[in-house]
Design a binder for this molecule. Structure first.
Ligand code: 1CP
Length: 355
């Protein structure tokens, strides 16, 4: 393992542990991406997955938002769909439309098509990008690795792309539960290995994105999402106890107490969740991350400041990582992202010192 430069800003790692920090750390989901002209310029030259698969380019894109804003974390430029790819499914990125699987899983018979990847060779490009980025960061901020959650990945693998209802994937949950569990178990094994390898390659914290958790009922989440999230958090706790684990189960209001009881250290909230209520449900069992409505960034900078102050008051100064409640939109103005970051850093500094 290479020796990395010392970390000069560990605010996020401390907040993730519920420790006191001199101000609230801040980053933005999808902070590297299409709202940045420098990203669009780079993407004009190369296809999406070519950027992801070229460590030099992935590192460059990861650092783009940090060159502009004083962010407290970098998130590696990659995609949750690299995992279905190495399990044997073809994934294309269609301009303006998003991901497309030309040959998704159509029936339980198709599980035979899935392969067990060799993480170090098949996903070596992500690992190399992490190591390179960690060096280039030079300790400015911690580096976040990530994966999609088992249910969210299963949803794409069966549906073949994005969907409003993911009804094909839900057909498996309700009509083919054994096949669904077999698939979820297989995905989970890969995710445990991949997250572990990301940590060994340089990730200082990891986030699991369960972007489609909100489509599930509490009972279905309990049966098909939670056990696998639990397994991932437990595996990481056993193997890398020093690395904080973040889970973001978008839309899953009902799941907060259950997630608090897992080995995740941080629970991400989307913008529809009330921070005070979430804190009551989670107690001191986990730190919270979030949750400004990303659409707030369409407002003028003064209004962004007001909304951020309200958000910081609601979360309080301890055990909070400021973020948006979901990702940046491609039509966001980068200067409004700056207003968000500066508002968090300016206000929380004053606020932590009086509390
Ligand atoms: O044309 C382009 O440049 C493609 C746009 C794009 C980008 C910038 C995609 C396609 N993926 C990404 C990068 C990405 N994806 C990151 C990079 C790091 C960062 O946040 O800065 C991350 C963390 C992801 C994770 C991801 N991919 C999620 C989970 C987060 C979320 O938004 O809920 C999901 C659901 C995906 C699938 C995906 N990849 C790309 C798109 C457009 C989508 C969503 C499609 C859909 O709505 O179903």
């Amino acid at each position: 393992m290479s020796t990395f430069p010392p970390l000069k800003n560990n605010l996020l790692l401390r907040a993730a542990r519920g420790l006191h920090t001199e101000r609230t750390p801040v980053w933005m989901m999808r902070q590297a991406g299409r709202y940045l002209p420098e990203y669009r310029a780079l993407r004009a030259e190369d296809a999406f997955f070519d950027v992801v698969r070229t460590p030099e380019l992935a590192a460059e894109v990861t650092l783009q938002p940090l060159e502009r804003f004083p962010l407290d974390a970098a998130i590696i430029f990659s995609d949750i769909l690299v995992v279905p790819q190495v399990m044997g499914l073809t994934v294309e990125m269609i301009k303006g439309k998003g991901p497309h699987f030309p040959d998704p899983l159509r029936s339980p018979q198709d599980l035979k098509r899935l392969r067990t990847p060799d993480i170090k060779s098949d996903l070596g490009y992500v690992l190399e990008a992490l190591t390179l980025t960690r060096h280039r960061l030079d300790g400015r901020a911690p580096l976040i690795g990530f994966v999609g959650a088992p249910w969210t990945l299963m949803a794409y693998m069966i549906e073949g792309g994005g969907s409003k209802t993911f009804s094909k994937a839900k057909t498996w949950l309700f009509g083919l539960p054994e096949a669904a569990h077999a698939l979820l178990g297989q995905i989970t094994d890969v995710l445990c290995q991949f997250l572990s390898a990301q940590i060994e390659a340089g990730a200082q914290t990891v986030q699991v994105f369960d972007s489609w958790a909100g489509l599930l009922s509490p009972a279905v989440f309990q049966a098909f999402a939670l056990p696998y999230l639990n397994r991932i958090a437990f595996y990481l706790q056993e193997n890398h106890p020093e690395v904080p684990r973040i889970v973001f189960a978008k839309g899953a209001h009902y799941a907060l107490p259950a997630l608090a009881a897992t080995d995740f250290d941080v629970i991400g909230l989307d913008w529809t969740m009330d921070p005070r209520k979430a804190r009551r449900l989670v107690g001191a069992q986990a730190a919270l991350q979030g949750n400004l409505d990303p659409s707030t960034l369409y407002a003028a900078p003064e209004q962004i400041h007001d909304a951020v102050h309200e958000m910081l008051d609601a979360f309080g100064p301890v055990g909070h990582i400021a973020n948006l409640g979901h990702g940046m939109h491609p039509d966001h103005d980068p200067e409004h992202a700056r207003a968000f970051v500066e508002a968090v850093q300016g206000y929380s500094h004053a606020f932590a010192s009086v509390s």
